[in-house]
Design a protein around this ligand. Structure first.
Ligand SMILES: Cc1cc2nc3c(=O)[nH]c(=O)nc-3n(C[C@H](O)[C@H](O)[C@H](O)COP(=O)(O)O)c2cc1C
Length: 375
């Protein structure tokens, strides 16, 4: 199972784990996979603190960081700095959207943030906000991979990262985007099927993976979207992928910094309980369906804005539903994929990795057993 991409990165298993939690990222890399820290929620300064912590806890193992420079967003191409861009974008948010979000939380009894506390409204998902993050990332030698979500990374960003010997990857949900990534010069592509958690397209993994593998060959492809079992890993490698890229699975591990009430919602959910909704970030994102996602679908209510404006409306709600998770289960932001249906217990990272590897080996052995042998 040690694919050429594993060799290049010096990792034992072709298991890539996207996570917002530094403990999970470090634990995955320590267990032989590659932990990838999602940077979107961190300022460059906070990201620096998180990476320093991982450096100290990952031994001599490599890890990755994931940034978000979308192909399309409001304010793209602006040469304003981050705070001026935020001020300009704030003017574009209709007050009625903010009032609607506030009313929804009030109706569900979710308390306000303590006086003086405010949620950050412009996350690291513009070229302007990602720039300082990249500068911080390049100071950490154990970061061997930088991945970009929601679009093809700009050519100068790709060159800047590759010049330091690191690999650049990009996520895609369609063949068209995969080809654009390849043409821009990335080192590998992550093909995420629509059943995956977070921002996602609408083509299922089993259809998307082989199409992307063929379209960008010989560029390595990581298979994402719905992987939670070693049999799926075996299927992905059998199709020609060089590894699996997972996200949802790491929300219910012991090391995850997910509020207990939110973990409870995830442990309880079945594979039928997710929906692709624009209601939190402005782009289609798979999450648990609840009163919040349903409310934004009602014809008489405001329609979600684009990215990054919708999150400027919802940042306060994300912070409040996270802080008061037990009171906010029916209106919280729970990005997760359909694999949530088999995420039924909280386990340490190492146990999850060992199980994936064992299930993979069993699948391969079973496959070999069913091959006809010469008499
Ligand atoms: C809670 C959550 C947040 C995510 N945030 C990001 C992100 O910021 N950047 C990114 O590249 N992918 C993000 N993703 C997508 C993952 O990188 C990954 O492609 C996806 O989870 C794979 O599908 P799976 O959830 O079925 O494993 C997120 C996924 C989840 C579950």
């Amino acid at each position: 199972m040690r694919t050429p991409l594993c060799e290049r990165l010096g990792i034992e298993f072709p298991i890539f784990a996207f996570t917002h939690c530094r403990d999970v990222a470090a634990a995955v890399s320590a267990a032989g996979g590659l932990g990838v820290l999602g940077a979107v929620g961190f300022s460059a300064e906070q990201l620096e603190i998180e990476m320093k912590w991982i450096d100290e806890h990952v031994g001599d193992k490599p890890y990755g960081v994931d940034i978000v420079i979308p192909g399309k967003y409001e304010g793209k191409g602006s040469d304003l700095d981050a705070s001026d861009l935020e001020a300009k974008l704030k003017e574009l948010v209709p007050p009625g959207h903010r009032e609607f979000a506030k009313r929804l939380l009030a109706e569900h009894g979710v308390p306000e943030l303590p006086t003086g506390e405010h949620a950050r409204e412009l996350l690291g998902w513009t070229a302007t906000t990602a720039g300082p993050q990249i500068e911080a990332i390049l100071k950490h030698p154990k970061v061997k991979v930088v991945a970009n979500a929601l679009g093809t990374p700009p050519a100068d960003v790709i060159r800047q990262i590759q010049a330091t010997g690191r690999l650049v990857g990009a996520l895609c949900g369609s063949v068209k985007h995969a080809v654009a990534h390849k043409e821009a010069g990335v080192d590998f592509v992550i093909a995420q099927g629509g059943e995956g958690g977070g921002h996602t397209g609408d083509v299922g993994s089993i259809v998307l993976w082989p199409q992307v593998i063929d379209a960008v060959s010989p560029l390595p492809v990581l298979a994402a979207g719905g992987v939670g079992d070693g049999r799926q890993m075996a299927a992905a490698l059998m199709m020609g992928a060089q590894g699996v890229w997972t996200g949802s699975l790491w929300l219910t591990v012991e090391e995850a910094e997910v509020p207990p009430a939110q973990q409870e919602s995830l442990l309880r959910a079945t594979s039928h309980d997710t929906v692709r909704s624009r209601s939190w970030t402005g782009k289609p994102c798979r999450m648990l369906r609840n009163d919040w996602t349903e409310a934004w679908e009602q014809p008489d209510n405001p329609k979600p804005l684009g990215m990054p404006l919708q999150f400027m409306v919802t940042a306060d709600a994300v912070a409040r539903t996270h802080r008061y998770a037990a009171k906010a289960q029916s209106v919280a932001f729970n990005p997760v994929g359909q694999i949530v249906g088999v995420m039924n217990e909280v386990r340490p990272v190492r146990e999850v990795i060992v199980q994936l590897v064992e299930q993979y080996l069993d699948a391969v052995e079973r496959f070999e057993r069913i091959q006809p042998h010469d008499a």
